[in-house]
Design a protein around this ligand. Structure first.
Ligand SMILES: Cc1cc2nc3c(=O)[nH]c(=O)nc-3n(C[C@H](O)[C@H](O)[C@H](O)COP(=O)(O)O)c2cc1C
Length: 322
């Protein structure tokens, strides 16, 4: 395929595996890139900047095609050493970074200086326009359907993607709710230059999480997610389970973050992925689980989606009379 996004990054297919905490490791990112998409290693999944450099080296051993690193910058009481992670990324020779969580602006000077192309992931047209002005190379725009943080505007992709197409000049990809070729075809028709996916790649062979979680995604429907932290204006879309329902209940009854802090601890979420105990904590998944029915190799997901998108677009043409 050829779009402004594939041309920008020198990749074959406009299909990106977005950064995923505990999931975006070398094997998965390399498999996506090897198939012609763009795999992304998640920086903060590595406990130290040194471990990130090692993970990048491992990825490079598995593929010589382009891949990126996700740097998620969220407000935190004890922030990780973001500047050291940034330094590890450029010292490892990575030239594609996906930023997310807050404005990329404070990091743009450093990345520009080191020849890094920044793809900024955000959830609103106004933030996308701001990122374009700050000099990012591309935007990834996450609709309300997405796993993780959909923001507070609640605009689904069907409106968000064409609105972004109208407002942006740089290449951008649509994210949230994509899992198959129908989605890629729709994104292209709505004006995007490709797609970004999380939940679909989480449910692939190379995804380093317990088989029980992948099975749960296959069994789940589009009804099986919950929005937590709405009252804190830090909404997150996570899998519906006993913990996410308890958190929603406590906050709806007037509770504050302190009342749910222990329930939402990252260490508990990590146990879900490592031990396959689906109710050990909070874990991220999107509405699109309703469209996911198998656990194929990540590379097959990329090639299948591209093949399907072409077939869907060809078949759609026949609906017009000559
Ligand atoms: C398990 C999981 C962990 C995620 N962690 C991050 C993260 O650390 N940083 C980030 O920018 N996005 C994260 N995301 C969001 C994805 O990169 C992507 O934007 C989102 O999954 C798109 O929605 P989809 O799941 O419907 O494809 C995560 C998603 C999942 C499923």
């Amino acid at each position: 395929m050829r779009t402004r996004f594939t041309e920008l990054l020198g990749i074959e297919h406009p299909v990106v595996q977005g950064g995923m905490m505990w999931v975006g490791r070398a094997e998965l990112a390399a498999a996506v890139s090897e198939a012609g998409g763009l795999g992304i290693v998640t920086a903060l999944t590595q406990p130290t900047p040194h471990d990130l450099a090692t993970e990048i080296a491992r990825t490079r051993k598995l593929t010589d095609k382009p891949f990126g690193v996700n740097l998620t910058i969220l407000p935190s009481i004890n922030p990780p050493p973001y500047d050291e992670y940034r330094r590890a990324i450029v010292d490892s020779g990575v030239t594609i970074v996906e930023t997310a969580g807050s404005s990329p602006e404070p990091h743009m000077g450093f990345f520009r200086e080191h020849g890094v192309q920044v793809i900024h992931k955000c959830t609103s047209v106004r933030h996308a326009v701001k990122a374009e002005r700050a000099g990012v190379a591309a935007v990834s725009i996450d609709g309300f359907e997405c796993a993780g943080h959909p923001g507070e505007d609640d605009i689904p992709g069907l409106v968000l993607v064409p609105a972004a197409a109208d407002a942006l000049s740089i290449p951008f990809i649509a994210s949230g709710g994509f899992a198959d070729g129908r989605g890629l075809a729709a994104a292209l028709v709505l004006g995007a230059d490709g797609i970004n996916m999380g939940t679909r790649f989480m449910c692939s062979e190379e995804s380093p999480i317990a088989a029980a979680v992948k099975r749960r995604i296959v069994e789940a429907t589009e009804l099986d997610t919950t929005l937590i932290f709405r009252s804190l204006r830090n909404t997150a879309r996570v899998a519906r389970n006993s913990v996410s329902e308890q958190v929603t209940r406590i906050l709806a009854d007037g509770g504050t973050f302190v009342d749910v802090q222990e329930l939402v601890a990252g260490s508990r979420g990590r146990r879900v992925f490592e031990d396959g105990d689906l109710d050990a904590g909070i874990w991220t998944a999107g509405l699109v689980q309703g469209l996911i029915h198998d656990v194929p190799p990540a590379g097959e997901i990329v090639t299948r989606i591209v093949r399907e998108a072409r077939a869907v677009l060809d078949a759609t043409q026949t609906k017009f009379t000559p």
